[in-house]
Design a protein around this ligand. Structure first.
Ligand code: PLP
Length: 379
């Protein structure tokens, strides 16, 4: 591949097509392959046979995601949680897993509650401090799960520092790269073994697709178990979803640029607002992870959280007081969403009751700031 085709703007448009051979009359946009079964021939190793095992649209999406993350292989799933399950189910009973203190609550519930019969030993550790991670490692530690920036506190983990600690000890590393997307952060380049995505977020980008993916540094070893899980458990995305996901990816670099630019403007505005007592955005110079984020990311992303100067009721008034920003869960779409996060995380949530998480969309930032300004008057 020539140097110029490595640019994300080029790769996201042509990536999965560049490796193949082309003939005149080929469609420029791949067709959706709706057949669940495929004719068998002489050669037993050729082609898809059944769509749960393989499908041309899924292959195209997987090729693209592996290219973007710089991995050897990718397995696409029906959701980010299905992808997370496949990773955790590659562990064995008695294996020890380290997760961050702050991470997407669904992954915490999966590791601690749903997989209880799996008998994993799970410890949560402050991943912003590599010394604490080192101390939490036991002889039976098999995997360290990172999420950076983390959900919902936007904590930053030094991926290189943690992966080098783990590599010396033969421990596998995973980074949930949903929030930055490969456009802003590429964990495999920083040493990790696996990258997880909820493609329902920035990669899908329009709040109308659910999906997940695991991208692996090596197609061998651990990834083989993930691939088997995908094909046997069968939590696979439909060909239509893969087709749409690939279409969304064509504009990913441009969308990420807009999310990143707008979030910075909104974060600066919030940081100076008298009704706000804290802003969590790694692009602000006083964020504790700012220097690491600058080093390991190509932008700070479109997600931020802030604390309303008030109680739970005041926070709820602000949350429901927006006119443009939609009060809804999830993130990564073109439209701005915000969320009174404690409501979504349930009774066990440790998220501050006055925290609002904001997914900054692609609307004009002046309009977003105007909306936030009028909503904050409700404090
Ligand atoms: N990881 C992160 C960081 C998330 O924010 C989410 C969902 O919000 C997930 C994983 C789970 O993904 P999905 O909703 O596609 O199952």
């Amino acid at each position: 591949m020539s140097e110029s085709t490595r640019h994300f703007e080029t790769l996201t448009i042509h990536g999965e097509r560049m490796a193949g051979t082309h003939s005149s009359g080929d469609p420029v946009v791949y067709p959706k392959e709706g057949s669940t079964i495929f004719r068998m021939g002489e050669d037993e190793n050729v082609g898809p046979i059944y769509t749960r095992h393989d499908n041309p649209n899924r292959q195209q999406l997987e090729t693209m995601l592996a290219l973007l993350e710089g991995g050897e292989a990718c397995a696409a799933f029906a959701s980010g949680m299905a992808a997370s399950s496949a990773i955790l189910q590659s562990l064995r009973p008695g294996d020890h897993l380290l997760i961050p203190l702050d991470l997407y609550h669904g992954v915490r519930t999966l590791a601690r509650d749903l997989l209880k019969p799996w008998n994993l030993a799970v410890d949560a550790v402050d991943m912003t401090d590599p010394v604490k991670v080192k101390k939490a490692i036991r002889p039976e530690t098999k995997m360290v799960w990172m999420e950076t920036p983390s959900n919902p506190l936007l904590q930053i983990t030094d991926i290189e520092a943690i992966t080098s600690i783990c590599r010396e000890r033969g421990i596998l590393t995973v980074v949930d790269n949903t929030w930055p997307s490969p456009i802003l952060q590429r964990p495999i380049e920083l040493g990790t073994d696996l990258v997880l995505h909820s493609t329902s977020k920035y990669i899908g980008g329009h709040s109308d697709l659910l999906g997940g993916a695991v991208i692996a540094r090596s197609a061998e070893g651990l990834f083989e178990s993930i691939r088997k899980n995908q094909s046997v458990s069968g939590a696979v995305p439909s060909p239509d979803d893969c087709w749409l996901m690939l279409r969304s990816i064509r504009t990913l670099p441009w969308r990420m640029r807009g999310h990143d630019e707008h979030a910075m403007q909104v974060a600066r505005y919030l940081a100076g607002h008298p009704a706000v007592s804290g802003v969590f955005y790694p692009g602000l110079e006083d964020h504790p992870g700012y220097k690491i984020a600058r080093r390991q990311m190509d932008g700070f992303g479109g997600m931020l959280s802030f604390l309303v100067k008030g109680d739970r009721a005041a926070t709820k008034r602000v949350f429901l007081g927006s006119k443009l920003i939609i009060p809804a869960t999830s993130l990564g779409g073109v439209e701005s969403l915000w969320e009174h996060r404690i409501r979504s995380e349930g009774p066990k949530s440790e998220t501050p009751e006055n925290l609002i998480r904001l997914s900054v969309g692609l609307e004009h930032p002046d309009d977003l700031i105007q909306d936030i300004s009028q909503a904050l008057k409700r404090v």
